[in-house]
Structure formats: structure tokens, C-alpha cells
Design a protein around this ligand. Structure first.
Ligand code: GTP
Ligand code: SPV
Ligand code: MN
Length: 604
């Protein structure tokens, strides 16, 4: 049952799984690597790959005392973020992919990428990376195998997933696993495509070496493909963090939150409560992806399918996110940050002055007055979750955690209040589905324009968006005790242009209100669009807000909301016929209500 002896493999396949062996053979015949290496996830293997990557200039070792076992990687400057315009859902019909996805016919995609992959690994090593998304042994985990010609990808996958032997052991002889194929090719944007084949449980990615484009377990499998499977199997794959809030009495409440890329998930997931909240703790279950399913007890349960963090670096400091700073102290791969002369890393917002002799993310001497950024705005760290000082004890629980609340949050300078509780599940789904957010550096393209980002899933939904939203509504029928649904906005600005809310650790105050509302033990003010906290409902002590600031941050202005609801027309038109009618009706009802109230002349 061994692989073809024609492949001069230094490692014999550590599996007898026929489907896997056949697919690896077939892929090697296509890509024609010099070597095939089966990755086992061991320390020795990691050591060897790190040495090879350093020798090849792919990784730069950092100072062993300042950052033990840490490395810097500089990506190709043309390859620094996800490329949404080159990301495709390849389904037999365009309708299955839906109007918010780029679409290619599967045959055409296989042909086009197949031609690029033909001989693509000549002179290179082909790594076979078996991995598990989800806690080992969890009935909700999924198995994937990524074939890649990038040692950087292997080293990142080792951090981000349960990789190697345990994955093969869990797979056994089963023929079903996600087939991921990645080749960096010549890293040319003209030959860059990220293609998903949901019906085949297959992903092909070529021409990039960056994050969400190539760590195929993450956005490609755990969101786009898993979402497709989730609809079929009755669960949800979401772009959400999961956290546990522990009260001084020792009661822990679990909350998930969907914010678009670079809008605060990692920060919120490892929040350190301010002094005023002595005895409160926040524990991280996950910082980017949640798989959620109804449990036998009628509640919604969530697992984090990942084993590490691929987090935004700029803006991270001991003040904003001390836990992330601890996480990055060791066993971390940095991508596209600046390098200091003494072998440490630096980025904008770290709170230390940039040292002399700094080298920027492209490897060029950085000049203080150049106006250029030393670290790329989408520079990232990859680190194992075990580094997290506030890691939840439940992070490896095969059953996951039961959710009491789900939060949707965008980056909005106006209109959206600091926090808003929905009237019920469908109203909450409406708020999530119509969420707008200013674009960030996490994807290529213009930054700072408001776009509709349903459930923070616009770039990650593996099938028709209207069908996806209908699935959310249908799921209510399977959850007897649904989590309460909320919306937050840490980014609302005042007339002077500054943020109205201090954010970061202070978000604990909002989180406590959310938890208390979910457990039915605090008041709120009813508005036309949902419930907001009154001044006395949220603890604002030791915060130094100016008079009126909280009221401004939480205000619901009917004229702004009417404009907001009207501007959602574009999204409804785009999604078209599959937009669920309960969501259309929610919108119509709110618009009509706001108009009627405005026309009455009464104060709102
Ligand atoms: P992805 O990994 O791309 O999915 O991003 P993410 O949602 O995990 O975002 P992250 O927590 O890394 O935050 C991104 C940026 O948002 C940070 O660099 C901060 O500058 C900013 N940010 C996060 N939380 C807050 C907050 O509470 N208030 C304000 N004003 N900014 C915040
Ligand atoms: C995001 O963009 O939402 C990320 C980073 O989490 S990436 O893995 O590149 O998608
Ligand atoms: Mn993300």
C-alpha cells in the first residue's frame, strides 16, 4: 500500500488510507515535486523545517532572549492580504454561489488552475499536511489535508491547527476529508486564484503565500466549506470569537461575537477587565471562528475549530491588549512587521518609540520622517493558543460551550449605537444580516468605505447569501433556548472626530450589560429599533466620560436610522429573490414605523 517508488520520498507515507494515498499520488503526478514530505507535526520536524526556512531566507530568527523561538517572515509586497476579487466559489450553477461571491464553473476552475499547477512544484518539496479543525476526538471536528509547496504554510498550519499524526489517526481509513492543494507558483497576482469546490470538499489555491489565501484550514475550510456543510447538516460556521465571562461569584457565561476582519474580535476575546471590575475575568475560547450547533439541551453550543491565532499586530500594546503581547513573547511567527537592530520586532501602536536603525516590513531601512509605515497595516502574528494567559479551560472541550448571547459588531463612525439588543431572534438576524462596516486592510482594496457585511461573512460565505440567511432563521426552530442577539459599535465618533467610547478593556462594561440582559437581570430603554442601556444600566464609574458622552454613544436617532434602513436597499436588491421574507418584512416594518413616528410630530 506504499506510494509509488517513483517519488523519491524521504518519508514513507505514515498512513494506509487508500483515498489519501491515491490523492497524494495524483497530486504529485500533476505538480511534479522533487520530494514528497509527509508532515507528522513532531518537534523534530518543526526544528528541521525552521532550520530550512531560515537557510532559505524565508524566516529571520529573532533574538533568542527577547523573543525565544520567534521568527519574522516578509511576504512578497504584492501579497499582503486576502484577495476577495480572486476568491471563487466553484459550483455547477452561478445561483448556488449567489450574487455576493465570485463564481467559476468547477470544470473550468480545475482546468485553469490545473494548467498552472502542472509541474508547479518542480525543484520544490511537496508537503502533505494532515490536520484537524476542532478539538481532537470531537464529534464536531473536521479533517483536512493540505498539500503545499510552502514551508511557511506548514509551520503556520502547525500552529493554527491540530496537525500531523493525530489527524491521520483520527482519519483512519475514512475516504472523506477536505482536499486542499496550494502552490505559491511565482507569487504573481496575475496567476493568483483561491477556488472552493463545496460539492467536492476541495480547495485549490495558487499564486499567493498569504494568510487567509493559503492557510486552507482557516477561512477556506472552517468558514466557506464548513458553512456549506453546516447548512446540509444543521449547524452554523461563523466568523466569530467565543469568550467566557466569569463573575466574581464564579459563574461563567459564554458569548460569541461576529465582527468583520480587523474590527476587534481578537481584542474582545482576550479583554482584561478594568480595575472597577475586580473579580471579573474574560476567558478566550476562540478569536476568529465559531462552529455552532443546537445541543440536546436546547441551547446553542460552540467550538473553536482553530488551535492558534493569526492576529493583527499594529495597534497591539500592553495598554490595548496585554494578553496578545504575552502570546507573542515566544513560539511566534511574525509576518510583515518591522525589525529592530537588536533582533526584536516593532510596529505602529506598540507604544514604544521606534529605535534607530529600524528595518521596515519590506526589509528597507526605515526613515522616521518618511511618513511611511514601518509595519504593514495588515501585519500579523501566528501563535499557539496555549500561549494565551487567559485561555479558557473549555477551549479543548470536544462538546464546546453553551452560548447565552451572540453579538454583531461593525466599524461605524455614525448611526449605530454602542450597544443594541434585538427584540427577538429574527430581529437580531436582521440586524446581523444588514450590518455595515468600514473596510480595513485585512483585504486588498480601498480602506474606510462602508459596505454591507452580513454577519461579518461577506467574504466567507461559501454559498448563496440569501440561502445562508434563511438557514439562520430556520435554525431558530432547532434551538429551544436561543442566545439573545445584540449589536455593538466600538467605533462611533463624536462631532470632534474622536471615538465616543474608550473601547478595549472598557468594553467589559458593555459585555456585563449584555450578560445581565441575557440572564434577565438589568434594565434597558426601548427604542424603535431595539433596546439600549440607560445611563444607570451600565457601570460608568472610574471612566471620566464627559457629560452627555454616553448618551451620544448610545443614541438612536430616527433620521439616521431611516437613512440607514433605506441604504440597505442595495443589499436587498443584490441578494434578490433568495433574501428571506422575514428579513424583508423586518426592514419594511422598521421603515414604515420610523416614517409614521416622524410624521406624528411626537418626540421619539
Ligand atoms: P481579523 O483577525 O482580521 O478577523 O481581525 P479582528 O476582528 O480579530 O480584529 P482585532 O481584534 O485584531 O482588531 C483590529 C484593530 O481594531 C486593532 O488594531 C485595533 O486598532 C482596533 N480595535 C480593536 N478593538 C477596539 C476597540 O474596542 N476600540 C477601538 N477604537 N479600536 C479597537
Ligand atoms: C481576516 O481577514 O478575517 C483574518 C485574517 O482573520 S486571514 O486569515 O488572512 O483571513
Ligand atoms: Mn478574521
Amino acid at each position: 500500500m506504499a506510494a509509488s517508488p517513483s517519488l523519491t520520498s524521504p518519508s514513507t507515507p505514515p498512513t494506509t488510507n487508500r483515498a489519501l494515498l491515491a490523492w497524494v499520488e495524483e497530486t504529485a503526478r500533476l505538480t511534479k515535486p522533487d520530494r514528497v514530505v509527509w508532515c507528522d507535526g513532531s518537534e523534530e520536524e518543526q526544528h528541521r523545517l525552521l532550520q530550512e526556512a531560515v537557510a532559505a531566507g524565508v524566516l529571520i530568527p529573532l533574538d533568542a532572549r527577547k523573543r525565544p523561538s520567534c521568527y519574522l517572515h516578509r511576504s512578497n509586497p504584492n501579497d499582503v492580504a486576502r484577495v476577495e476579487h480572486l476568491t471563487f466559489i466553484c459550483t455547477p450553477t452561478r445561483a448556488e454561489a449567489g450574487p455576493t461571491n465570485h463564481w467559476m464553473v468547477p470544470d473550468e476552475a480545475y482546468r485553469k488552475l490545473g494548467a498552472l499547477l502542472d509541474g508547479a512544484m518542480r525543484g520544490r518539496t511537496m508537503y502533505v499536511v494532515p490536520y484537524v479543525m476542532g478539538p481532537l476526538g470531537s464529534p464536531f471536528a473536521k479533517i483536512g489535508v493540505e498539500i503545499t509547496d510552502s514551508a511557511y504554510v506548514v509551520l503556520n498550519m502547525r500552529i493554527m491547527t491540530r496537525m500531523g499524526r493525530p489527524a491521520l489517526a483520527m482519519l483512519g481509513d475514512a475516504p472523506e476529508f477536505n482536499r486542499g492543494l496550494h502552490s505559491t507558483l511565482d507569487c504573481n497576482p496575475e496567476r493568483r486564484f483561491i477556488c472552493h469546490f463545496p460539492q467536492d470538499n476541495t480547495i485549490w489555491s495558487v499564486g499567493s503565500g498569504y494568510g487567509g489565501n493559503v492557510l486552507l484550514g482557516k477561512k477556506c475550510l472552517a468558514l466557506r466549506i464548513a458553512g456549506y456543510l453546516g447548512r446540509r447538516e444543521g449547524w452554523l460556521a461563523e466568523h466569530m470569537l467565543i469568550l467566557g465571562v466569569e463573575s466574581p461569584e464564579g459563574q461563567t457565561t459564554y458569548v460569541a461575537a461576529a465582527f468583520p476582519s480587523a474590527c476587534g474580535k481578537t481584542n474582545f476575546a482576550m479583554l482584561i477587565p478594568p480595575k472597577r471590575f475586580e473579580g471579573w475575568r474574560v476567558w478566550t475560547v476562540g478569536d476568529d471562528i465559531a462552529w455552532m450547533r443546537p445541543g440536546p439541551d436546547g441551547r446553542l453550543w460552540a467550538i473553536n475549530p482553530e488551535a492558534g491565532y493569526f492576529g493583527v499586530v499594529p495597534g497591539t500594546s500592553l495598554r490595548s491588549n496585554p494578553s496578545a503581547m504575552r502570546i507573542m513573547e515566544r513560539h511566534t511567527i511574525f509576518t510583515n512587521v518591522a525589525l529592530t537592530p537588536d533582533g526584536d520586532v516593532w510596529w505602529e501602536g506598540i507604544d514604544d518609540e521606534p529605535p534607530d536603525g529600524l528595518v521596515d516590513w519590506q526589509g528597507r531601512p526605515w526613515k522616521r520622517d518618511s511618513g511611511e509605515r514601518a509595519a504593514h497595516p495588515n501585519s500579523r502574528f501566528t501563535a499557539p493558543m496555549v500561549n494565551n494567559p487567559v485561555l479558557s479551560r473549555q477551549a479543548n472541550d470536544p462538546e464546546g460551550v453553551p452560548l447565552s448571547a451572540i453579538i454583531f459588531g461593525g466599524r461605524r463612525a455614525t448611526t449605530i449605537p454602542l450597544v443594541l439588543q434585538s427584540f427577538n431572534w429574527v430581529h437580531g438576524v436582521f440586524l446581523g444580516a444588514t450590518m455595515g462596516s468600514e473596510t480595513t486592510a485585512a483585504a486588498t482594496g480601498k480602506v474606510g468605505v462602508v459596505r454591507r457585511d452580513p454577519m461579518a461573512m461577506l467574504p466567507f460565505c461559501g454559498y448563496d447569501m440569501g440561502e445562508y440567511l434563511a438557514h439562520w432563521i430556520r435554525m431558530r426552530g432547532a434551538i429551544a433556548y436561543p442566545p439573545k442577539l445584540f449589536m455593538v459599535n466600538w467605533f462611533r465618533k463624536g462631532a470632534e472626530g474622536g471615538f465616543l467610547w474608550p473601547g478595549y478593556g472598557e468594553n467589559m462594561r458593555v459585555l456585563k450589560w449584555i450578560v445581565d440582559r441575557s440572564l434577565g437581570r438589568v434594565g434597558a430603554q426601548e427604542t424603535l429599533v431595539g433596546w439600549v442601556p440607560r445611563e444607570g444600566d451600565i457601570d460608568l464609574s472610574m471612566l471620566n466620560l464627559r457629560a452627555g458622552q454616553f448618551a451620544e454613544a448610545t443614541s438612536v436617532r430616527p433620521e439616521e436610522w431611516l437613512a440607514e434602513l433605506e441604504s440597505q436597499q442595495e443589499l436587498f436588491d443584490l441578494i434578490g429573490a433568495t433574501m428571506p421574507s422575514p428579513l424583508r418584512l423586518q426592514r419594511d416594518m422598521l421603515i414604515e414605523t420610523l416614517r409614521a413616528v416622524a410624521g406624528s410630530g411626537a418626540p421619539s
